[in-house]
Write a protein that binds this ligand. Structure first.
Ligand SMILES: [Zn+2]
Ligand SMILES: [Zn+2]
Length: 346
């Protein structure tokens, strides 16, 4: 076994703290990754607090992993020691179901998530707030040389979570895209949609992020509490990405879709949200969901970011600041992603 330092949640209510972890010895197709950085995703907070009801402790969160290959198993062909690599939300899948066959491993019924998942060896997977991780080569991604490792980490979840629906709903030059919420997911959605040539509008609860929205590539900005602005924007978007990770009123936002437009839910929200049918019926609008992206698409997203000079806007923190960062995220006080410098755990 390989020993690794980590930060773990030990129950749903106490702060995360240091935890000594064992990783499996690398099998023939495994890659051992020396983790340099790990982003903090809102899902990490949901899991540490057991908001979804199936967390198991101790729990090491983190599925925005970036680092260097430290060692490879005998049959690894895709990576060598020293390669710049990333791991996102999944570390394995069945490889035989229809979803896996279509490169949609994220919808595999027995896919294994990076933390809190049942691994093939009977252990529970542990995430990237950790100095090392051992992952099958098929679930390891190449990080382009042009993207710094710290700013690349959030691409592994926030990046692919927003890239995949932009591709699935055929965003092209001129597509009218709105992004609800300018946070970790939202700021990536704006950058990626703008790079695809879309006309991008940010919908926010206040004026505070107007300048940032512009800097990131948005040309429109709507304050959702302003009824006149909302009324003026009715029927005007082909696609709305809803990135908010809290229960909010969505019906007034669905009314902003053009005919046949789609709102895609991306933020994990444990509570139900009421949906009124009328705005969907009048306009043949759609309400949809989307979960991260497949492995091939994740590599495509990383290569796209490399070509277009896109990375996440980050605030790097030391490991002992994780709980402070969680507190600030609950108040949306981060521009736009916290990334843990994992070397501060050593
Ligand atoms: Zn995430
Ligand atoms: Zn499968």
């Amino acid at each position: 076994m390989l020993s690794a330092k980590s930060y773990a949640a030990f129950d749903a209510s106490t702060p995360l703290g240091p935890y000594e972890l064992s990783r499996r010895d690398p099998g023939p197709k495994d890659v051992v990754i020396d983790i340099h950085f790990c982003g903090i995703c809102h899902t990490d907070i949901h899991f540490t607090q057991n908001d979804l009801g199936f967390s198991r402790y101790p729990l090491v969160p983190g599925h925005e992993i970036a680092g260097l290959v430290e060692n490879v198993g005998a049959d690894v062909t895709k990576f060598k020691v020293g390669d710049r690599v990333g791991v996102g939300c999944m570390v394995n899948s069945c490889r035989t179901c229809a979803n896996c066959g279509e490169g949609l491993e994220q919808y595999c019924p027995t896919g294994i998530y990076t933390y809190g998942g049942d691994d093939r060896d009977g252990t529970i997977t542990q995430g990237g707030y950790s100095t090392k991780v051992v992952v099958d080569q098929d679930f390891v991604l190449n990080i382009p040389a042009s993207i710094p490792l710290d700013a690349a980490a959030p691409l592994l979840c926030a990046g692919i979570t927003t890239y995949s629906p932009l591709r699935q709903w055929n965003v092209k030059p001129g597509t009218r895209v709105a992004v609800i919420g300018l946070g970790g997911l939202g700021h990536m959605a704006v950058k990626l949609a703008a790079a695809m040539g879309a006309v991008v509008t940010v919908i926010s609860t206040s004026d505070k992020k107007r300048e940032d929205a512009q800097r990131l590539g948005a040309t429109g900005f709507i304050i959702s509490k302003n009824e006149e602005e909302m009324k003026a924007a009715a029927n005007s978007f082909d696609l709305i990405l809803n990135t908010v990770s809290a229960a909010t009123e969505i019906n007034s936002h669905i009314a902003l879709l053009a005919r046949d437009g789609t709102m895609v839910m991306l933020g994990v929200v444990a509570e139900p949200m009421p949906v009124v049918s009328l705005p969907l019926i009048f306009g043949r609008r759609r309400l949809a969901g989307s979960l991260i992206g497949g492995i091939a698409e994740t590599q495509e997203m990383l290569d796209f970011c490399g070509e277009h000079g896109i990375a996440s806007d980050i605030e790097v923190i030391s490991a002992d600041q994780i709980n402070v960062a969680y507190g600030r995220m609950m108040k949306s006080d981060v521009r736009y992603r916290f990334v843990i410098d994992i070397k501060t755990m050593e």
